[in-house]
Design a protein around this ligand. Sequence first.
Ligand code: ZN
Ligand code: ZN
Length: 351
Amino acid sequence: MKALVYGGPGKKTWTEVPNPKIQNPTDAIVRLDATTICGTDLHILKGDVPTVSVGRILGHEGVGKITEVGSSVTNLKVGDRVLISCIKSCGSCANCKIGLYSHCLGDEGVSGIGWVFGHLIDGTQAEYVRVPYAENSLYKLPSGVSDEEGVMLSDIFPTGFEIGVQYGSVKPGDVVAVVGSGPIGLAVIATASLYGAARIIAIDLDANRLEKSREFGATDTVNSGDSNWREQVMALTDGAGVDVAVEAVGVPDTFTMATEIVRPGGHVANVGVHGKEVPLHVENLWIQNIFISMGLVNTNTTPMLLKLVESKKLPAAKMVTHRFTFDQFMEAYDTFGRAAETKALKVVISR
Ligand SMILES: [Zn+2]
Ligand SMILES: [Zn+2]
């Protein structure tokens, strides 16, 4: 089969590799129909994630059809159309039992981390993928959910919802600011609307992304390139600050920005993946009674989000800006890697 293989920092190839095989009775093999590229894949290619070894197939998002199941898999069968979650979960370890799938103790070369695809085991940017703990890591796709919509639920929407909205404790009537209007920020905006936020302020440097944010439910936009961006945000909250400030970029400055606009007693939810040391000014923040949260998605809200997509309550398909076929994988990376110029949000690569 063909797959996108990591060749060390800055190097990747779409190349011929052996097909994956069932290794454990709990595995399934999925033939991918559609996949995508995540900002995390770009971090890996920069060399920011040293746990990814040379030769690894990248990717942790996708939908496809099951072609083989291990001997102990009973609730899935060959031919089932499934969503592959970016997090594998055994469903029976101590962490899975409390819903902390992100730290599943099931052993896949390493124990204690749910994100293994395109990281510690071969991923979904391939024609076929081996899925460990298939019964709990795959979700049958309702016929009313398209492949493209499904792919947006492997990572983007659960991450935005769980780590932004749920960890940020968004409540009806809240003013929520989202720093960063990339795919994850837009997923936060779309799902914060579901929780009855009174106002959702999108903050970004890119005018195109700010405009896009309104399609996902932003009520106000602020360009962070403006010297008075902070005053603009404060003016939207009568000077009080926002109830919930979500960081959805993953650089030190945007985290600091989130801490500068939250009201006393409010929440800062960090969703971004950080590769550099991030300062936290406890000397200024201690007196503000704020809550700060962060984490890796558990994906245990995936079934709920699937229902919302099926009933057209979540605009998942709007996230897709570019479409490619598998033999255009390198082009897809190029387009996604130059998102500022190409205006790419999510690129979908299908068969
Ligand atoms: Zn991702
Ligand atoms: Zn587990």
